[in-house]
Ligand binder design. Structure first.
Ligand code: NAD
Length: 445
């Protein structure tokens, strides 16, 4: 009897499995380059003390990782979380490299964070942690070196503190582009808060219009389930709802709600504002997060945590397309199962790239001391997101035809006998671009 494969949830191992699959789509890649692209360029670890409000002293650990900077300065969020690990930060920095390369944004991949629990820290303590962390990073960050942004449990306030600290240490320069995701009053971009959710919508709308699923060619009328109702999930729900989709279920950390006739995201947001959760919304049925994921729908949009769809539940998913708004919500084992079952997965590096795209717009505006209006930002975002899904889709379609050119049997979209997924295609485009640019620059010295 065949032995059951053990599933890994190690972030580095999972990103390596995806990487290996992607590079098998690339015809020629120097072996040494592959090793170089697998590893982070630089990992900075800092330990520092903070005086707490009660007069005690606590020690904190922070990380900043640059995975690659072939295309430009590092770019990536700063996360505050008690369970943060260096491995997680490294794999998220890698994801940023591939995302920026795919979008043709002139940044490399980076990520960082501090191990801390924001739920038990006061504003004053958070401000001191942020300022001290920034000063410890020193010249490892900078407008043309590495540009942080908000991530889980950091906000535009955190970015304002980072900017202020950096500005104090580097007087007399335009330091606004040192961070993105700043408050509007301090050089933030209009549309940044909604960028990821709006990007999720643009990518999906364009993908459906390609008629790969004949009965599902528009967002209008689509039945949509969204896991997570935070920044990304709520904006995504609003965008789909405005274009005539039926949002049948949403969830947050406390559980989910379902309504056959559809939920109104604005009413859900108002309810959540008062009650702190969507659970208990009138005229809805309460469900667990696991049940939400398994509901029958056209589009399933995970917009919360990583590893939500895995080897154990992938065979129970009942959607036509999964749109990865969150980072890494599907494990490599689940990817295989979904692919075999004919469920399309639109991958995170395409779907949630709206956030880094408008971060890049913010950086450009800061460099030019300009502030674009909202319509301008959204029109540029739409153009970028349409372009990236077109690119991935065209590669996916074209790929196979090349491979099978000598064969009489025409196997569409396959690689080594397996169905080719959009993630591998998207990743392979990014890796090929970074590899080519590395060689074009010429390897130093
Ligand atoms: P957020 O903190 O605003 O929202 C997260 C939501 O997930 C909350 O509603 C929370 O209650 C919910 N949640 C937590 N645990 C859950 C569980 N077990 N089941 C269901 N829901 C649960 O975060 P966000 O900014 O919306 O980010 C969501 C995801 O999108 C993350 O994976 C993040 O890395 C990714 N992402 C965000 C951005 C951005 O611009 N905010 C950009 C790219 C990727």
């Amino acid at each position: 009897m065949a032995e059951k494969k053990m599933e890994t949830f190690d972030p580095i191992e999972m990103s390596e499995q995806q990487f290996e699959k992607a590079i098998s789509c690339i015809k020629k890649l120097k072996k040494g380059l592959i090793e170089f692209l697998k590893k982070p360029k630089r990992v900075t670890i800092v330990n520092f003390p903070i005086e707490m409000d009660d007069g005690s002293v606590q020690s904190f650990k922070g990380y900043r990782v640059i995975h690659n900077r072939v295309f430009g300065p590092g770019k990536g969020g700063i996360r505050y979380h008690p369970d943060l690990t260096m491995e997680e930060v490294i794999s998220m920095a890698k994801l940023m490299t591939w995302k920026c390369a795919l979008l043709n944004i002139p940044f490399g991949g980076a990520k960082g964070g501090v191990i801390c629990d924001t739920k038990v820290l006061t504003d004053g303590e958070l401000r001191r942690i942020t300022r001290r962390f920034t000063s410890e990073l020193g010249d490892n960050i900078g407008p043309n070196i590495d540009i942080p942004a908000p991530d889980m449990y950091t906000s535009e306030q955190t970015m304002a503190w980072i900017f202020d600290t950096y500005d104090m240490l580097h007087p007399g320069k335009n330091n606004r582009p040192v961070v993105t995701g700043k408050p509007i009053e301090m050089g933030g971009s209009y549309g940044r808060n909604e960028a990821t959710g709006n990007g999720v919508f643009f990518v999906t709308e364009r993908f459906l219009a390609k008629a790969l699923i004949p009965e599902l060619q528009t967002v209008s009328g689509a039945r949509v389930v969204i896991q997570g109702f935070g920044n990304v999930g709520a904006v995504t729900a609003q965008a789909f709802f405005r274009k005539g989709a039926t949002i049948t279920a949403v969830s947050d950390s406390q559980g989910g709600v379902y309504c056959e006739d559809g939920l109104n995201p604005d009413e859900l947001l108002a309810f959540k504002e008062v009650h702190g959760t969507v659970v208990g919304m009138p005229n809805t049925m309460t469900m667990s997060n696991e049940e939400i994921l398994q509901l029958e729908c056209d589009l399933l949009i995970p917009a919360a945590l990583s590893n939500q769809i895995h080897g154990e539940n992938a065979s129970k998913i009942n959607a036509k397309v999964i749109v990865e708004a969150a980072n890494s919500p599907i494990t490599p084992m689940a990817d295989e199962i979904l692919s075999e079952r004919g469920i399309y997965v639109l991958p995170d590096i395409v779907v949630n790239a709206g956030g880094v795209t408008v971060s890049y717009f913010e950086w450009v505006q800061n460099q030019m001391n300009q502030q674009w209006d909202l319509e301008d930002v959204n029109a540029r975002l739409q153009k970028k997101m349409y372009k990236v899904i077109d690119l991935v889709f065209d590669h996916w379609q074209g790929f196979v035809i090349c491979e099978d050119i000598s064969s009489n049997e025409k196997k569409l979209n396959t690689l080594n006998g397996k169905k080719l997924d959009f993630r591998s295609v998207a990743l392979s485009i990014s890796v090929e671009r970074v590899a080519k640019a590395t060689l074009l620059r010429g390897i130093w010295p």
